[in-house]
Write a protein that binds this ligand. Structure first.
Ligand SMILES: [Zn+2]
Ligand SMILES: [Zn+2]
Length: 337
């Protein structure tokens, strides 16, 4: 009898702890953001240049994180069924890619003014509808002076060379201050990054969940600045009370690239060095293993039989003593964070 009771209680205890465990796992793994890769390369592949869409899962509007490629990336993502979980208004008369562009992108966040981060926005602008462009003042200045000037392109913005077509409201982001993005539940805080021109990192926050998107950046040690350190220090404080869901960061070249020829970019070795620094600032470095690290901006090779994506992927794994979860961004893919 006693034996019988003991085994029943053991079963009960086992069931109870199992349900606790599964509850804990499900709250930890339930995603908070949806990231769609519109473009995964940095450089010369027109049609597949740096650009992402990000939304809080409860929202039905994304923000554009850079816009090197826009309509071509939306088209590829539609073909790949990446928008299947989005509540799309199918009564619209517009074709699907324009429907997404008009009704499901609330704003653009531009990390810097290099063409491989803005060309998709410029080319799509005649067919786009009104929305804000958020960027650091120096970045908005470049966009204004170099493109929306009636020479490089018509001035679809609300500043610079007259007349203003006023389609895009250009909003200057203040450094390291939190701004709410209208028509979304997202807040953003911007950091400056080292690159041949000023670049930016956007910390995007929705309640207790955060992710970070890095525009092009060199490593602190080579850039002789401490801009990435400032970002790591900020994030290390944030993860004490928030979930860091994802890091989107560039690796432009494989490790064999000479440091003198990086021009403000990272290799697997330099990214590992930076992430090791970040990890050293954390009370619990194992937290980082739950964060998805999405690799963007791989430069294509001009040589036959050389696949930089595969080389970079392999090199990141070879250096991966922190046990990080690396994901190579791929055009048209949806990644839940
Ligand atoms: Zn770039
Ligand atoms: Zn750049």
């Amino acid at each position: 009898m006693l034996k019988h009771i003991t085994s029943i209680s053991l079963i009960l205890i086992a069931c109870f702890s199992l349900s606790l465990a599964s509850k804990e796992i499900s709250t930890n793994t339930e995603p908070a953001f949806e990231l769609i890769v519109l473009g995964d390369t940095g450089g010369t592949r027109d049609g597949n240049l740096s650009a992402f869409l990000l939304r809080a899962l409860a929202d039905n509007k994304y923000i554009g994180l850079d816009a090197g490629t826009l309509l071509n990336g939306i088209e590829k993502s539609l073909e790949n069924n990446a928008f299947d979980d989005l509540d799309i208004d199918t009564t619209q008369k517009t074709i699907p890619r324009i429907n997404i562009l008009h009704n499901h992108i609330a704003a653009y966040m531009i990390s810097h003014g290099h063409l491989d981060h803005v060309s998709g926005l410029l080319i799509a602008s005649p067919d786009d509808n009104s929305k804000p462009i958020y960027a650091l003042p120096s970045v908005n200045k470049t966009i204004s002076n170099s493109y929306f000037n009636w020479q490089g392109w018509a001035n679809f913005s609300d500043r610079g060379t007259l007349p203003h077509l006023n389609k895009y409201k250009m909003v200057d982001l203040p450094l390291q201050q939190t701004i709410k993005i209208p028509n979304t539940s997202l807040n953003v805080k911007t950091f400056s990054l080292s690159h041949p021109v000023e670049s930016s990192a956007f910390v995007i926050e929705n309640d207790k969940d955060i992710m970070i998107y890095f525009g092009d950046t060199g490593p602190d040690e080579l850039e002789k600045e401490n801009k990435l350190t400032q970002v790591w220090q900020y994030l290390a404080k944030q993860v004490q009370h928030k979930n860091l869901r994802g890091i989107v960061i560039e690796v432009s070249f494989p490790d064999d690239r000479d440091d003198k020829l990086l021009y403000g970019h990272l290799t697997p070795k330099w990214l590992t060095k930076e992430l090791t620094h970040f990890s050293s600032l954390l009370d619990d470095p194992s937290l980082l293993q739950k964060t998805k690290v999405i690799i963007s901006h791989v430069k294509s090779s001009t040589l036959k039989d050389v696949n930089p994506r595969e080389i970079i992927k392999k090199e990141l794994q070879q250096h991966n003593s922190l046990g990080l979860n690396f994901i190579m961004a791929k055009q048209g893919n949806k990644i839940l964070l």
